[in-house]
Structure formats: structure tokens, C-alpha cells
Design a protein. Structure first.
Ligand SMILES: *Cc1c(COP(=O)(O)O)cnc(C)c1O
Length: 216
């Protein structure tokens, strides 16, 4: 990660590692915690809750899976950030529960940057409308965008998608729709392509397999 940041003249301190721990047993997470890792990403709510309850309280948890609206209340109470906001109904419901809890939460908009029918996320041209709709969600801190490009064996093939996400974020910031809550976050890059993602501006890389080995 550091090498990739330095290659393009970025401060390595501006890129954070989200250790993606879905399906990884608690003991392996504990090893990562012992090694100093304090930021984890989970895809499944029930699984995440068990881990959150059993690991130290100074860990940040990002939700990176598909969030059903009827689970928003539970998610509101136990994550530091939700990276997968992709519809207004979910944003509004989450905001309402956060208000009840008197709590603010960082969120990212998930963008279906490769326009893949099987993937969640708004299409790039729909991000603006979603953000405008979320303007009155006062308990949500919209930090930036998250995306998962199509899978390629050659990580270079993902580069144009990472670049598109960065350009989209800049465009939305120009319209005053992003950047109101500190530096803009771009969550992009996984085990196979996080270096390319960092070269293209990722501030959060979500890495599972490269840290924990293949999932069961
Ligand atoms: C599983 C997952 C990852 C991590 O993938 P690896 O290839 O194991 O690094 C990253 N992001 C999301 C949204 C995931 O579901």
C-alpha cells in the first residue's frame, strides 16, 4: 500500500486498510487485532454483530454488504460507517434510526461503476439524484463513494473504472454534493487490485483474501 501511494506521490497516511473479515473466524481477526489492525469490513449483519460483541471496543467496523432496509435499525447502532448506501429509502430509514439514537454515521454511496446487472449500487448518473435526496438526512455524514469494478485477472484492466469513480466524486464535489464532511473518501480496490486503486486515488482499500487467505 505504501509503495503504491509513493509511486504516484501520495502520502501513504491518506490510505486506510479495511480488513475484510467475512467468513473469517474470530481467532483470525484477533490475530489481526494483535498485529495492530483496527478497521474491519463485514458483509453480513448477524456475523458482524457476534464479532463486534467479542472483540475490543476500539475497533472500527464498516458495513460493506447489501443492507436490507429492515436491518437498518440494527446497523445504525453498531457500525462506524456503512459503505453501501444505494437507495434513498435506505438512507432515509437509516437517518431516522440514527436520529432516535442521537448518533451520526459516516456513509458512502455505492456506485455500480461497471454497470453490472448482478451488482448493487447506483449507476454513475444516478448518484447526483440520490445525494440531492439525502440532503436533509442530517444524521448521515456522506464521506464519498464506494465501488467494486468487474473482476479481471489483470488488475490494470480495473484502472479505468477506478479512475471513473474518482472523476465522478470530483464532479459531485464541484456541485457541492460531496466533501462537506472532510476529505472525500474513495473506497475501491480489493486483494487483486488494491495497488492500482491506490494509484487512482483510493483512500480505503477493502482487502480480505490477501490478509486472511482464501475464505471457506
Ligand atoms: C469480499 C469483499 C472484499 C474483499 O475481497 P478480497 O478479494 O477477498 O480482498 C471487498 N469488498 C467487498 C464489498 C467484498 O464483499
Amino acid at each position: 500500500m505504501t509503495a503504491a501511494a509513493l509511486r504516484v506521490g501520495r502520502d501513504p497516511g491518506t490510505v486506510r486498510l479495511v480488513a475484510v473479515s467475512k467468513k473469517v473466524p474470530l481467532e483470525r481477526l484477533q490475530e489481526a487485532v494483535d498485529a495492530g489492525q483496527r478497521l474491519f469490513g463485514e458483509n453480513y449483519l448477524q456475523e458482524a454483530l457476534e464479532k463486534i460483541n467479542r472483540l475490543p471496543p476500539d475497533i472500527s467496523w464498516h458495513f460493506i454488504g447489501h443492507l436490507q432496509t429492515n436491518k437498518a435499525k440494527l446497523a445504525a447502532s453498531c457500525f462506524q460507517a456503512i459503505e453501501t448506501i444505494d437507495r434513498l429509502k435506505l438512507a432515509r430509514t437509516l437517518d431516522r434510526h440514527l436520529m432516535d439514537l442521537d448518533r451520526a454515521m459516516s456513509v458512502l454511496i455505492q456506485v455500480n461503476i461497471g454497470r453490472e446487472p448482478q451488482k448493487s449500487g447506483v449507476l454513475p448518473e444516478e448518484a447526483e439524484e440520490l445525494l440531492r435526496g439525502m440532503a436533509d438526512c442530517s444524521n448521515l455524514r456522506v464521506k464519498g463513494l464506494m465501488a467494486m469494478p468487474p473482476y479481471f485477472d489483470d488488475p490494470e484492466a480495473a484502472r479505468p473504472f477506478f479512475r471513473q469513480l474518482r472523476h465522478l466524486a470530483a464532479e459531485l464535489a464541484n456541485k457541492g454534493l460531496l466533501g462537506g464532511h472532510g476529505p472525500i473518501e474513495l473506497s475501491m480496490g480489493m486483494s487483486g487490485d488494491f495497488e492500482v486503486a491506490i494509484e487512482e486515488g483510493a483512500t480505503l482499500v477493502r482487502v480480505g483474501t490477501a490478509l486472511f487467505g482464501p475464505r471457506p
